[in-house]
Design a binder for this molecule. Sequence first.
Ligand SMILES: [Zn+2]
Ligand SMILES: [Zn+2]
Length: 257
Amino acid sequence: MSGRSAEEKQTPRAGGERGMADMHLHTLYSDGTAEVQAILDHVEQHTQLDLIAITDHERIDGALRARELIDAGGFHFEVVVGEEITTRRGHLLGLFLSERIPPLRPLEETIERIHDQGGIAVAAHPMAPLTPSIGRRSLLRVQQDTDPAHHLDAIELLNPSAAGRLRRHHRSRLNSELLELAALGNSDAHALEGIGSGWTWFPGVSAEEYRAAIEARTTEPAGHYWSHWHNVSIYGRQLIAKARHVRHTLRPTGEWR
Ligand SMILES: [Zn+2]
Ligand SMILES: [Zn+2]
């Protein structure tokens, strides 16, 4: 459940009043370049994050592995199980999941499946042109749906990847004028040095306090955009990691869940 002991619970690692969460990270289980253990060690030693989520594409086995390692102790942050799900309208983050959600289903159905598990549905890098992203019309459509089970809970307003950088002002304006969703920052990191380059400030430090902040709309996105060279370097390493990822996927014990 938790990587911290009870007496440490109330103190954000960055100091001050608020905790830092980076809830969009990829591992070797999808198209990231780092092992789960290396990510946890990096977060512990080189960041001030209080909370992370592992959100591999279309799978949660890497995130479940992270939870096992965290539960064994020795870390001063919490891990939430997530998945970046490719819906028919673009990428959607499901946070606080216990089961894998299948890709390529309608957006409304996918949001409902996240809520059925008690999870939170987040529009990942919405309106970004270079990667499958939920567009303006779909964002408005689900928020105006008469069934609240189809409503998004939060939106990534800051995602430092090349895709997330484009149209960021349109995205912020759409949210402040029409959607009024909890505003998040996430790194969408595919390599260790990207972790924590985007984050969300929230009152408290724990996963449950993060959830409460989303509900109360008291989150605040923050972060730094990546340089062009960082993006190019990640892309190169992703190609190399691909070969290892295929081995992961085909390994008998590494089956998709
Ligand atoms: Zn994405
Ligand atoms: Zn992603």
